[in-house]
Design a protein around this ligand. Structure first.
Ligand code: ATP
Ligand code: MG
Length: 462
């Protein structure tokens, strides 16, 4: 249909040119213009047919002899051939560009089908492509976003400095991470974002392709799960409180019985009774500290870390376990390195770790009858500059089958054990940026060793 109308138009315009006395050149220019315009709407067949119709009517009206399709003059013949060639090429080119345009439009439509945002920004941060996904996630329409500076529009907060990201992109061509943006209506959206560098010429970066998946909902769910975890933790915290308060309360009970015995004698020993009261006071202070820590943890307050000497922590622990040592008929030796660097930590928590390890050592030696029940606490410097504390006993040692499970919460081999002592110790040590290890000694018993980074050697994880 279009070819028929177009053909008629070409014949009509050529006849009008002839009628108004124009020459072949003018008529050919008008025909060329018409062919270009018609090619914008036509198809492949019209790119061939329209130049053929145009050349026929030009020949009929302008080439000698006029009103015939004969061409007697060579210059007319070559002029018509040149017109045919150029009009065919122009018509084909127009068609080709149209087809490419259609392919691009189709590809752009495909990019619009994805729910992810696809954005292209120049190296100067100007947005040059913005798909429907971006419209849906961020709220701005493409015509509002195009030409804008991505950073000021989206106020994106990357996990690291964007210059660093650019550097990574230039080096490796790719970066991915979680980004937080502001949307048009002012709400906040979290995305999992992948950036790739686009290079037109080899090695010359021209733009950044940024595809983002909306993970706001997932993040919210994770937070909700986080809340759940928090409650679980509080449940676990209950176990841990029971465990940690059990020791000072037992010690208070034992000290008060001892104090009463000293006072109930025929000749009361006031000094011993006073010493028991002092121990009771110290245990009460420790219990209060443990409770204060629990309160800080439930309110998610940061723990009070100070620069401290680990030897002072160990020395403070000794009076707190002295009654247990007596009860277990065990002796305690210390081998403390006097030249240790200070560590950054929480003295009460580090004391809890040491007490737990001492208690485990004493319990492991309870059945030992044929050798001395000896406990050694040692402090020294590790190879990486860290401070190490080792608690060594002469007990029964660890059965090979149990070795893997000792730090598991609730794993115990003791009838009265809760099985949480070592897992509490591990949590505390790890929160200080250290490690805890347990190993059998070559002869008898076990050594449990934990490390705490020395100040300056490592940034604490607290
Ligand atoms: N010094 C040690 N010698 C031998 N075995 C040990 C020693 N320390 C820990 N264990 C083993 O590791 C297990 C777990 O210790 P953990 O301190 O976590 O729990 P528990 O001592 O059994 O109970 P509680 O929660 O009351 O401390 C113990 O039951 C014991 O089998
Ligand atoms: Mg224990």
């Amino acid at each position: 249909m279009l070819t028929a109308v177009g053909g008629a138009l070409l014949v009509l315009s050529t006849w009008l040119s002839f009628r108004f006395g124009a020459n072949m050149m003018v008529a050919a220019s008008i025909c060329m213009t018409e062919i270009v315009l018609l090619s914008l709407f036509g198809h492949f067949v019209s790119t061939i047919l329209l130049p053929v119709i145009a050349i026929g009517s030009l020949d009929y009206f302008f080439a000698t002899p006029v009103f015939s399709f004969r061409v007697d003059i060579a210059s007319d013949f070559w002029a018509l051939i040149a017109f045919f060639a150029s009009s065919s090429i122009v018509s084909w080119l127009v068609n080709h560009v149209r087809r490419l345009g259609a392919i691009h439009r189709q590809q752009a439509q495909l990019l619009d089908l994805t729910h992810d945002s696809v954005m292209v920004r120049g190296m100067d941060d100007t947005i040059s492509y913005w798909n429907r996904g971006a419209e849906a996630i961020f709220g701005w329409k493409a015509d509002e976003a195009l030409g804008e500076m991505s950073h000021s529009l989206l106020r994106s907060r990357y996990p690291i400095d964007f210059e660093q990201i650019k550097q990574t992109l230039l080096e490796s061509g790719y970066w991915e991470g979680e980004v937080v943006h502001a949307t048009k209506n002012g709400s906040v959206v979290a995305t999992a974002t992948r950036c790739s560098i686009l290079c037109v010429k080899q090695g010359v970066p021209t733009a950044i392709l940024e595809t983002s998946t909306n993970i706001t909902e997932r993040k919210r769910n994770e937070d909700a799960v986080g809340h759940g975890t928090r409650f679980t933790t509080i449940g676990e915290l209950g176990t841990s409180i029971a465990h940690e308060l059990g020791q000072p309360i037992a010690a208070i009970g034992a000290e008060s019985s001892a104090g009463l015995r000293w006072l109930n004698r025929d000749s009361p020993n006031i000094n011993e009774a006073l010493s028991s009261l002092q121990h009771i006071g110290a245990e009460c202070r420790r219990a209060t500290e443990i409770i204060r820590h629990v309160r800080a943890m439930t309110k998610r307050k940061p723990l009070q870390v100070t620069s401290l000497a680990i030897n002072d922590v160990i020395r403070d622990v000794i009076p707190l376990v002295h009654r247990e040592l007596l009860n277990h008929q065990a002796t305690l030796k210390t081998r403390l390195d006097p030249d240790l660097p200070p560590v950054l930590g929480d003295p009460v928590q580090l004391a809890q770790v040491t007490i737990n390890l001492v208690m485990n050592g004493l319990q492991a030696m309870a059945a030992v009858a044929n050798r001395a029940r000896e406990l050694v606490i040692e402090s020294r410097r590790g190879e990486a500059g860290e401070v190490l504390v080792a608690v060594c006993d002469s007990g029964a040692g660890i059965a090979p089958n149990d070795a893997e499970r000792l730090f598991e919460p609730f794993f115990t081999t003791k009838p009265e054990g809760m099985g949480v002592g070592l897992s509490i110790c591990q949590a505390i040590v790890q929160s200080h940026g250290g490690e805890i290890r347990i190993r059998n000694n070559t002869e008898h018993g076990v050594t449990v060793e934990f490390s705490v980074p020395a100040i300056g050697a490592h940034d604490g994880a607290l």
